[in-house]
Design a protein around this ligand. Sequence first.
Ligand code: PGA
Length: 258
Amino acid sequence: MKKLMAANWKMYKTWDEAETTARELVGLTADKLPEDREVLVFPPFTALKGVSNALDADGFFAGGQDYYIEKEGAFTGEISPMMLKDAGAAYGLTGHSERRHVLGEGDEFVGQKTAYGLECGLKVILCVGEKIDERRAGKVEEVLERQLRAGLADVPRDVAPDRLSVAYEPVWAIGTGEVAGPAEIVDAHGFVRKILVSVFGENANEMRILYGGSVKPDNCGEIIALDNVDGVLVGGASLQSESFSRIVLAGSAIANKV
Ligand code: PGA
C-alpha cells in the first residue's frame, strides 16, 4: 500500500499562487519520490485546473475539497463531482472538521457525499475526529464509530480498497500546533481499522488511514512510521512548497540522506 501525502490548502491561494506552489512542489520532489508514496493536493476550486496541470508527474494527484450530491442542477454555489473531475481532480474530501463544525454538515450528509463521490468515480477521503471535550469525556471511540458508520453507510461493501481512505483528524489538533501523541494516533488508527474491517471485511486492510492535525516537516517522519498510518493530511505546513516537500519525503531513505 502506497503512503498518501496530502495537502489541504483550504481557502488559501489565488490561481497563480496555487499553480506556482504546485510546480515548485513537483520540482522539489518528483525525481526523489519513493516508489511507495503518492502526493495529493486539494487546492481551492478556482485553482483546481491549474494545479492539476502543474502536478504533471507520476504519483501526483489533485482533489476537490468538497462537492454536492447531484450531477448538476439548480444548486447555487455548489459544485459536482463531475465538475471536479473535469477540472482534473482524482480525489474528493468529505467530512472535514471545518465542514462539520463551521459549515454545519451532519454525519448523514457526509455519508451521502462519500457514497456519491465514489459512485461518480472519484477516490474519496472521509475525515473523522473528535473534539477536545469529547476526548476528555472518554468518548473518542464512540465519536469515531458514529462518524464512520454514518459516513460509510451507503458505500458499496465491495468498493475497491484503493478508492476509499479515512483521515483521522482530532479537531483539537487541527491548526493548533498541538499534534496528537504517538499512542493516541496508534490507538485511534487501530480503532478505525477495526471498524473498517467490520464494515468491509479483509479488503479494509488495504484501505489507507491518514493522520491529520498539525503535521510538520519535523514530526512527519515519526508519525508516518506508526502502525496503521498510511499517509498524512496537512493544512498549514503544506502551503509552502519547501515545507510540504520535506513532509512528502519525511522518513524516507532520500530524506535521511539530505
Ligand atoms: P493543519 O490542518 O495541518 O493545519 O493542522 C490539517 C487539516 O485541516 O486537514
